[in-house]
Design a protein around this ligand. Structure first.
Ligand SMILES: Nc1ncnc2c1ncn2[C@@H]1O[C@H](COP(=O)(O)OP(=O)(O)OP(=O)(O)O)[C@@H](O)[C@H]1O
Length: 235
């Protein structure tokens, strides 16, 4: 979360401004679901009803096709009430990786290059698609290709490098930039530096997090590595 002095506000669909935006992505059913989910639970209960809302079927009735191995829409029972929830963005199962990136993370990149702190956080139950959404596949493909499976991280990193190169071309020899990366795992209450093992004989170093007087965040002992390309970051 960005400290107040460097946070950046974004207009919401309701017209108010907030520094936190919530986007929901509904993942499609996969072939794995057919084997890993018991047939009686194989039904779709979450539907996007607009670009900003989802409806959850309230029916607790068993689906008409109980026993089938394919997911189906839940039949509505009489008087079953759908619950509707609103978010800043709702993405249906057919949303591509490129479209998701363009509407969620891309707007943050220009703000990031202006000096704002930006965070993209994936949250969801196991198998809901966090890794697919954040990392995806085709990690060193072109971020502008709308058809590949690159997730948010490789697309964001490629875009940051491309925009930094463009700024360099515009600003000439008097302007330079360095991009550094760190990789931290938060596990229970511990913060583990995942890039520290090389110089600590295989043991990963714990890092300390504290807040400076000006509200900025200090990561004590965190290893920062200079990176020059998306391929280097994703390695
Ligand atoms: N939008 C999508 N389109 C196609 N397949 C998807 C999509 N989202 C997720 N999947 C597939 O669903 C499965 C589970 O996704 P994923 O591994 O990303 O979940 P996760 O939230 O990271 O799970 P965990 O918390 O257990 O690590 C994977 O096989 C992934 O390829």
């Amino acid at each position: 979360m960005a400290p107040p002095s460097s946070s950046s506000s974004t207009p919401t669909s309701s017209g108010s401004t907030t520094s936190v935006q919530v986007a929901v992505r509904i993942r499609p059913t996969t072939s794995q679901d057919a084997v890993s989910i018991p047939a009686r639970f194989q039904r779709i209960v979450v539907h996007s009803t607009s670009h900003t809302s989802v409806a959850i079927d309230a029916s607790s009735a068993a689906p008409a096709t109980s026993g089938s191995s394919t997911a189906v829409a839940t039949p509505t029972t009489p008087n079953a009430k759908k619950q509707v929830f609103s978010f800043d963005q709702v993405h249906s199962p057919d949303t591509t990786q490129h479209a998701l990136f363009t509407s969620t993370a891309l707007p943050l990149i220009s703000r990031f290059l202006e000096g704002f702190n930006c965070t993209v956080l994936a949250y969801g139950q196991t198998s809901s698609g966090k890794t697919f959404t954040m990392t995806g596949v085709d990690l060193d493909a072109s971020p502008s290709d709308p058809h590949n499976g690159m997730g948010i991280i490789p697309r964001a990193v490629s875009t940051i490098f491309a925009q930094a190169r463009k700024l360099k071309e515009e600003r000439g020899a008097s302007w330079n930039y360095t991009i550094k990366g760190s990789f931290i795992e938060i596990y229970n209450e511990d913060l583990i530096d995942l890039l520290s093992s090389d110089d600590t004989g295989g043991l990963r170093r714990e890092v300390q997090i504290r807040e400076a007087k000006d509200g900025s965040i200090i990561w004590g002992g965190l290893r920062e590595v200079t990176v020059r390309s998306n391929a280097e970051v994703m390695k």
